[in-house]
Write a protein that binds this ligand. Structure first.
Ligand code: ADP
Length: 491
């Protein structure tokens, strides 16, 4: 009988289910959007039950359409939007508050109050103090429901990131676990000892009994008995870490960049964590058997979103893909630089307060130059993150592996290669997050023998090689830096 790994990717905007075969092909997929709720400015929430229902729906959809059954499923691999926080009742399994989505800023005041602990938090967790991470979100929910703290202390309430929540529900409340990658995004997890950190629990006054057991990423978590009694869950990882694995970044120094709404750059830094003092965060890439791999990560807030902005606000293009045609109609940007700091700047600057800017306009500036400069800004912001990675790891990045919606823009990818002076590899299958989850599951279940076998099924579709001369690269980089500096001054 044909067997597949069922990969579930629970993302912020949608949930996807895919069937992955032994050759690493996605043979079928189903997708459903998930609603985000915006109760107040800066607050982003989701209905946790709707999230779980969407997982069931995409699995059903996939099986019905392909005419496969659970017998065709070797095991489940799960990847998920990270940091999103759910608190639920242990007995009933019902959420006690909406899920607080990673982007949500409602717990910012809790983080502001502990800013003096920045170095301590970075040292233990690898993270900067920010409401993105789960800790302050847990505190917020406990403070905003009736007897929250008391019920948590009595062991009546449980905390989960999306992976924990899905596993709890899909196992009929039998699995209360998370994996190291998800745990490392809570700001409560010590990435050196791989344990919940008591000092941080104390800092946020969060009772330990509400936290799930932390397991490796490639691991038998238990059975999805809500679906079928012997359906095993064998792999779990946060989406960016899953993508890193799905991009075959299995060696120290391997880097991937995902070009979606924002841009997530992760580098595998091997078995020892490196703590960067300058805006990159350190996180766990995965744990397979007893081997841990670490990653450093930098995120750019506005990447593909700047192209949506060109489309929806500037009305310069009709579709994101059209940006490429316009960019190619001119030979350069005519000295125009766009810094799309619409919501501040992410790594390595972490400047929340600056806003976007445009430089170098002349009477000759045309829409084509403007569009080209906006695309360039995506690559230049990515370069800023990668340069910082090179600096802290003392490694030159030879190859950048790319994925995400905007990686299909070959003008952008060529410019990325030019400006980094590195090869840029686009994989055959852009669904690297689902692939990574599938690989982690398949390694544990025996679907694939070992990592080497997985490496062999990973296929590259297209390679870009640098073609700009050094002088030109240095000129563009220098001007870009000046543009960023000026943007940060204007507040
Ligand atoms: P997300 O997972 O964050 O929703 P996706 O990986 O689906 O993002 O990518 C969508 C983003 O990529 C959008 O912001 C869109 O503007 C951008 N995008 C998609 N196709 C292109 C393209 N050909 N050129 C430039 N940007 C693109």
């Amino acid at each position: 009988m044909e067997k597949f790994i069922l990969a579930i990717d629970q993302g912020t905007t949608s949930t996807r289910a895919s069937l992955v075969d032994k050759e690493g092909n996605i043979v079928a997929k189903a997708q459903q959007e998930v609603k985000c709720l915006f109760p107040f400015d800066g607050w982003v929430e989701q209905d946790a039950n709707e999230v779980f229902v969407s997982v069931l729906n995409v699995i059903n959809d996939l099986l019905v359409r392909t005419n496969f059954t659970f017998e065709n499923i070797d095991s489940i691999g799960l990847s998920n939007q990270r940091e999103t926080t759910i608190i639920f009742d242990k007995k009933t399994g019902m959420p006690v508050y909406n899920a607080l989505v990673w982007q949500s800023r409602q717990s910012a005041y809790i983080c502001d109050a502990i800013k003096d602990k920045t170095d301590f938090v970075k040292e233990k967790t690898g993270l900067i103090i920010n409401p993105y991470f789960s800790a302050s979100k847990i505190r917020f929910i406990l403070d905003h429901i009736e007897n929250g703290q008391e019920r948590a202390e009595k062991g009546e309430l449980l905390f989960g990131t999306i992976d924990t929540w899905i596993m709890y529900k899909i196992s009929r409340h039998k699995i209360f676990k998370t994996d190291v990658t998800n745990a490392s995004r809570t700001m409560l997890f010590n990435i050196h000892t791989l344990k919940w950190e008591d000092d941080l629990l104390k800092l946020f006054n969060i009772p330990k009994c509400m936290l799930p057991e932390v397991c490796p990423s490639s691991y038998y978590f238990g059975n999805a008995s809500f679906l079928s009694d012997d359906l095993k869950i064998c792999g779990v990882a946060g989406d960016q870490q899953a993508a890193l694995f799905g991009q075959n970044c299995i060696h120290e120094g391997d880097v991937k960049s995902t070009y979606g709404t924002g841009c997530f750059v992760l580098m595998n830094i091997g078995e020892k964590p490196i703590i960067d003092k300058n805006g990159l965060i350190t996180t766990i890439a995965w744990k397979i058997k007893d081997k841990v791999a670490y990653a450093i990560e930098g995120s750019v807030f506005v990447a593909g979103a700047s192209i949506q902005w060109l489309r929806d606000q500037m009305r310069m293009i009709k579709s994101a893909a059209e940006s490429e045609n316009y960019a190619r109609r001119v030979n350069d940007t005519l000295g125009v630089y766009v810094v799309p700091a619409f919501t501040g700047l992410g790594a390595p600057y972490w400047d929340d307060d600056c806003r976007g800017a445009i430089f170098g306009l002349t009477r000759g500036t045309k829409k084509e130059h403007f569009i080209r400069a906006t695309l360039n800004s995506i690559a230049l912001q990515t370069k800023d993150v990668i340069d910082e990675m090179s600096k802290v790891t003392k490694k030159k990045i030879e190859i950048l592996r790319v994925d995400g919606g905007a990686s299909e823009n070959s003008y952008l990818m060529q410019f990325q290669s030019d400006i980094l002076n590195s090869e840029v590899d686009l994989p055959k299958n852009l669904e690297t997050t689902s692939l990574g989850a599938a690989y982690l599951a398949g390694l544990e279940s025996g679907f694939w023998k070992d990592i080497e076998e997985i490496s062999k099924v990973h296929k590259i579709n297209k390679k870009y090689f640098p073609s700009l001369d050094e002088k030109e690269v240095s000129e563009i980089t220098k001007k870009w830096k000046k543009a960023v500096e000026a943007t940060r001054v204007f507040k």
